[in-house]
Write a protein that binds this ligand. Structure first.
Ligand code: COI
Length: 349
């Protein structure tokens, strides 16, 4: 791997007590080009601009995918990744769906580890803080024929970060627009899935919400995801979440929370969740909590759910399952507790 380190680190300019999400980038990035049917030697170089022609294929047809993952530093300065293999596998599942070449494992894993070694001083310490890692791949060729590209760029960039959402999360059940459909790309982390969600989300923000609850495209009667997260409900003594399908992103946090909850002897149901059932539980007062789960947010409690003109405030939980699960997950990530699932991967600097 070619490595060119910067002699002008920006580290000392950063206020680590005030970290916005996704706006501050570390000193270096990893790049790996695909050309003539093969992945080339990866390189690490200073974070900076990439040259491109206006014919850059990803700009025209959206052949672009990404991942989200985090590195953590604990009080003893040990550095950990959380289930990185799952991100690697999901990147390649997205690549196959978007007709892009799969990435060799060593490019992803060795490239990421090497990048973390070089930029390890950027990993923030403290509650809720981490280094958000953004691996991504796009069609980088210079042509505008509507067919899969022949050239691609895989890259990894990183941002030191605090929490993703600030304040309470108020969500509206979406009954018009859809995030995904049968046979579509909902399960893939395709850039276009997010672009298509911005307009309905903007309408919801104009109504005073923070995000949407996505429902099935055909009938809008079943819940799928929320915003950029998977969604879970605490009803009675059970944890209930929509089952995975081609329409739903297989969240790594989702999977981890489910395994953790089962480990705590909580009954978990992965199944179809109807809007009617959630409204009924809200009206009867059996819905104790609703929360989003995702890499960026980890676990994000929902304070209000809206449907049409009706708004339902969720009860203020004194004994929150969401927070218990969030803390248990954070403790595993930062090696404060045992890791019965083998999820942590320590990076030795
Ligand atoms: C993540 O949670 O890592 C995601 O990829 C969502 C993104 C919109 C921040």
């Amino acid at each position: 791997m070619k490595i060119q380190e910067t002699d002008q680190s920006r580290l000392s300019e950063i206020n680590f007590d005030k970290l916005p999400f996704g706006e501050i980038f570390t000193d270096h990035m990893l790049l790996c080009h695909y050309k003539d049917g093969a992945w080339k030697e990866p390189e690490i170089r200073p974070y900076g601009e990439l040259p491109f022609y206006p014919g850059l294929q990803a700009l025209h047809y959206g052949q672009s995918i990404f991942e989200g993952m985090k590195a953590f530093k604990n009080e003893e300065d040990h550095i950990f990744l959380f289930r990185p293999e799952e991100n690697y596998k999901r990147l390649n599942r997205s690549a196959v769906r978007m007709c892009m070449p799969e990435l060799p494992k060593e490019v992803f894993m060795n490239g990421l580890e090497q990048l973390l070694r070089i930029d390890h001083k950027w990993i923030p310490k403290g509650e809720g803080k981490s280094l958000y890692i953004r691996p991504f791949m796009f069609a980088s060729g210079n042509f505008i024929i509507a067919r899969p590209g022949k050239e691609y760029l895989f890259a990894i960039i990183c941002c030191p970060t605090g929490s993703y959402y600030s304040g309470e999360v108020r969500v509206k059940i979406e009954e018009n627009y859809a995030r995904s459909g049968p046979g579509g790309t909902g399960f893939a982390k395709a850039a276009g899935n997010y672009a298509a969600s911005f307009y309905p989300a903007k309408l919801a923000v104009e109504e005073g919400y923070s995000q949407l609850i996505w429902t099935d495209a055909a009938t809008h009667t079943h819940i799928e995801e929320s915003g950029t997260m998977n969604i879970m409900f605490h009803i009675g003594d059970k944890l209930i979440t929509p089952n995975l399908s081609e329409k739903i992103l297989a969240g790594i946090t989702r999977d981890s929370v489910i395994k953790l909850a089962k480990h705590m002897n909580i009954v978990v149901e992965e199944r179809q969740v109807s809007v009617a059932e959630i409204i009924d539980a809200l009206e009867k007062g059996t819905l104790k909590e609703a929360f989003g789960v995702g890499t960026a947010v980890t676990v994000s409690p929902i304070s209000l759910i809206g449907k049409g003109n009706k708004k339902y405030e969720l009860p203020k939980s004194t004994n929150s399952l969401a927070i218990t699960l969030k803390n248990a997950l954070e403790d595993i990530k930062k090696a404060k507790t045992a890791d019965p699932f083998g999820w942590r991967k320590e990076i030795i600097i």
